[in-house]
Design a protein around this ligand. Structure first.
Ligand SMILES: [Zn+2]
Length: 152
């Protein structure tokens, strides 16, 4: 019986994948600093609002961790500014790239953000974030493909 249970747990783990370890307090502080530097201290939704907050793309209440890939800089609070907007309107937030669905991995879920142009201005686009502060730009089509079937 114990062997059967062990086998079932192994199978379940293979489907779910290895657990990502919860970051330590020091790692969380570092993640906030990395996200703030990556996003150049600007709200990634409007590029001008203040005060700035470090928002979890996948909510902490849904298991979202304080890792660079799961953080974005937004203005406002849970009820004001861009942070308030994406908290209030989940459907918009998922469609426009401000939230990660509960079942998805923030490392593989497109994020909307600003990119600098050679002319010194900024433009909006889509990206995948890594946990070292890296940003990989992806096309609109690639973002839609990655989010396919997940948008209400
Ligand atoms: Zn904003």
């Amino acid at each position: 019986m114990a062997a059967l249970r062990r086998r079932a747990l192994q199978l379940a783990e293979a489907v779910i994948g290895p657990k990502v370890p919860k970051p330590t307090k020091a790692q969380e502080r570092q993640a906030y600093d990395i996200a703030l530097a990556r996003d150049e201290g600007r709200c990634q939704k409007c590029h001008r609002g203040t005060p700035l907050t470090r928002d979890h793309r996948l909510n902490r209440s849904q298991g979202g961790l304080t890792t660079p890939a799961n953080l974005q800089i937004l203005c406002g609070s849970g009820t004001t500014g861009c942070h308030g907007e994406v908290t209030h309107d989940l459907e918009m937030a998922l469609r426009e790239g401000w939230r990660v669905p509960a079942w998805a991995d923030p490392l593989r879920w497109p994020a909307a953000r600003y990119f600098a142009t050679p002319a010194g201005t900024v433009r909006k686009g889509w990206a995948l974030y890594d946990n070292a502060g890296g940003v990989t730009e992806i096309t609109d089509d690639e973002a839609r493909e990655l989010m396919e079937g997940a948008i209400p």
